[in-house]
Design a protein around this ligand. Sequence first.
Ligand SMILES: Cc1cc2nc3c(=O)[nH]c(=O)nc-3n(C[C@H](O)[C@H](O)[C@H](O)COP(=O)(O)OP(=O)(O)OC[C@H]3O[C@@H](n4cnc5c(N)ncnc54)[C@H](O)[C@@H]3O)c2cc1C
Length: 153
Amino acid sequence: MENFDICIVGASIAGNYLAYLLSKSDMKILVLEEHKDIGLPFQCAGIISQKLAQLIQLPEEIVLNRVNTAKLVNPLGNFIKLSGKEHPYIVDRIALDRLFYEKNKNATNITYYLDERLRSFKYGIENGQKCVLIETSKRFINIKDFPMSSMVP
Ligand SMILES: Cc1cc2nc3c(=O)[nH]c(=O)nc-3n(C[C@H](O)[C@H](O)[C@H](O)COP(=O)(O)OP(=O)(O)OC[C@H]3O[C@@H](n4cnc5c(N)ncnc54)[C@H](O)[C@@H]3O)c2cc1C
């Protein structure tokens, strides 16, 4: 059975960014993504705040636009208009999801399993060590437990 220190479920913006932050550690990281293409299916309008843009050092090439106002329309056609000092970015959301994946994919301590779904997990003991046993659509994986975890054997 394969062993990892961390398993991140979902190779979208949060999962890929977390893997990126952890890539400098000596932990062995697995990222599981049920879709075979990162960023797809495309399901987001791509509006992001200045705060997020600063946090992830958003590259200009994936910025499509910046806006001053937003009009939120419900299915009945009623709408509200929002405006303020924020000037959010409209980004290419697929490119955003791929941004940190591209940085991570050659990291020696990160493994991506795409087209592979997390099915279940359970706590267990392996070689006397507490662990999390994960079942994906393709395999079983052993994730190390950490001393501070609240896991009960
Ligand atoms: C129509 C729409 C428009 C939106 N517009 C905006 C917007 O303009 N601005 C904004 O800030 N937010 C918007 N959002 C919300 C935004 O998309 C989410 O907040 C954001 O994508 C969350 O990122 P995430 O990485 O946490 O999760 P997600 O982007 O939801 O990614 C989760 C990932 O986990 C994978 N996954 C899930 N379960 C499993 C499993 N069991 N095994 C393996 N992989 C799994 C999924 O395939 C997916 O890739 C919008 C959402 C929708 C639906």
